[in-house]
Design a protein around this ligand. Structure first.
Ligand code: DUC
Ligand code: ZN
Ligand code: ZN
Length: 489
């Protein structure tokens, strides 16, 4: 009998899943995990992970890559640069966006984003479909077809002049999502409040970046969450509320989940580590910290950590949206734009996991298994990538990050691999670093170097779930067989 020889064994590390941390070897054959246990052998190659943690590669389920904004700016990254920076930060799967704008034909949009990713991605990827033009053709013909092709999630904006979806078409989109069995993700802020605030602030000469935070009045978030949750409950459709930033917003989600509604939610490092004060810099410098919703207060950070610990929020994504601090990006309207003229968004793919590892593992907030759950396992489950992605299990893709828990790194603009040219977290020292990263069994980052070809990342089709059966009730059906997202409840 011929002896089984693994392709690679990662030896002696502390393996972390969303539920356990234990010492084991992880053996890989081809692209997948073949065995987990002690004393595994033989293998063609070994990596010594003693003294290190072996964790699932991160799943970043909300990042904008090579995306055209409604204002006509393409963000600073290509798929190659964005996924390279993700890999250096320990992330091995991204879900970015195929963004329809008004008048765009959805199949063409998908083809275009597929072509960009196919050319450049160094890690695996999927797309959320942004619907900005919910025409009859889009909702009845193109969207159902796209969901069948594996795009099992849709995103809509409730604000932004050129993207926002009003309540009535939003109900149509919720129903289309339900019929296809897709998740509906939302940027939920009250457009009227923000727009009114912006006009009044500008009319009074308040133009600096810090007024961006003031214009997104806190209540605009909770109000939009409530409205969206009510509409989703009406048609019994699961939703994911993106980038929760306020204590009040987190409470709305908690209450909805307490009623059994199929509401999922994420937050991002910028809401856990930055505040509105970061925008308050001399001149236009604060534009580097401008995103929507804006960073809030220290008390909101605490409320978000609590919501994460209680399970009210299930994922932490980057919302990577890189714009350079020059005339191609943030300063496109000139060297002294008003806050309204500055592109919203921060780079964050690369630093998401190091910032969170430092806070959650090195500083002990919530711990290693919760880190794995929030950054890999839960997003993989919610977006139908599990069990292939997001966990360390036999048969799963060998997407792994080996973390040195002792390595201390001071983040700087120069060390980033994306093309934004800066990180809003520069100067912070984090403890814990992903020193070796594998994607489908290939070592793609080691010794500070990338070893993956552009285009080697693969598209991950995610079929829509079974269309939910009509319940005739407002409160969600909790049966995991018929409920796309309820498997996490
Ligand atoms: N806000 C968004 O809605 N999208 C990208 C980045 C941002 O700040
Ligand atoms: Zn958003
Ligand atoms: Zn976003």
């Amino acid at each position: 009998m011929t002896e089984l020889v693994y392709d690679l064994i990662i030896c002696g590390g502390r393996v972390a899943t969303a539920t356990d941390v234990f010492e084991a070897d992880v053996a890989i054959t081809g692209e997948t995990i073949a065995a987990i246990g002690r004393g595994l052998a033989p293998a063609k190659r070994e990596i010594d992970a003693r003294g290190k943690f072996v964790v699932p590669g991160g799943v970043d389920s909300h990042c904008h890559i090579e995306q055209l904004s409604a204002a006509g700016i393409v963000n600073a990254d290509t798929f190659q640069s964005a996924t390279t920076s993700a890999a250096f930060g320990g992330t091995t799967t991204v879900i970015s966006f195929a963004a329809q704008h008004v008048g765009m034909h959805l199949p063409q949009v998908l083809e275009d984003y597929h072509a960009l990713a196919r050319k450049g991605a160094v890690i695996d990827y999927a797309f959320h479909i942004i619907i900005a033009d919910p025409s009859k053709e889009t909702l009845t013909r193109d969207l159902p077809e796209a969901i069948k092709q594996g795009h099992g999630s849709i995103k809509i904006f409730m604000t932004y002049d050129l993207l926002k979806i009003d309540d009535e078409p939003l109900l149509d989109i919720l129903v289309a999502a339900r019929e296809g069995g897709a998740m509906l993700c939302a940027h939920a802020e009250n457009h009227g409040i923000i727009s009114w605030m912006v006009k009044r602030l500008l009319a009074r000469g308040y133009t600096d970046p810090k007024y961006h935070a003031i214009s997104h009045a806190r209540f605009s978030e909770a109000e939009a969450f409530n409205r969206l949750i009510g509409m989703a409950a009406l048609v019994d459709q699961p939703i994911m509320i993106f980038h929760v930033s306020t204590a009040e917003g987190a409470k709305v989600i908690r209450d909805a989940r307490g009623q059994g509604l199929k509401v999922f939610a994420e937050t991002c490092p910028q809401y856990l580590f930055l505040t509105a004060d970061d925008l308050d810099k001399r001149g236009i410098e604060g534009a580097k910290w401008m995103c929507s919703p804006p960073p809030r207060r220290a008390s909101d950070q605490e409320a978000l950590w609590q919501a994460l610990s209680l399970g009210d929020l299930q994922t932490i994504s980057s919302d990577h949206a890189p714009y350079r601090f020059d005339e191609t990006g943030k300063l496109r309207a000139g060297p002294s734009p008003t806050f309204k003229q500055v592109a919203n968004g921060l780079p964050g793919l690369e630093v998401r996991l190091p910032l969170l590892f430092d806070a959650m593992v090195s500083k002990g907030r919530l711990g290693l298994s919760k880190f794995v759950e929030l950054t890999a396992t839960a997003p993989a489950k919610i977006y139908n990538l599990h069990p292939r992605k997001g966990s360390i299990a036999i048969g799963a893709d060998a997407d792994l990050a080996i973390w040195d828990p002792d390595q201390r790194v001071t983040l700087s603009d120069e060390m980033m691999h994306d093309r934004a040219g800066y990180t809003p977290f520069a100067g912070r020292t984090v403890q814990g670093w992903p020193v070796t990263v594998l994607s489908r069994g290939r070592v793609i980052v080691a010794d500070g170097k990338l070893a993956a070809e552009p285009g080697s990342g693969q598209f991950l089709p995610r079929s829509g779930g079974e269309p939910a059966k009509p319940t005739g009730r407002l409160v969600a059906d909790m049966n995991p067989e018929t409920n796309f997202g309820a498997r996490l409840l």
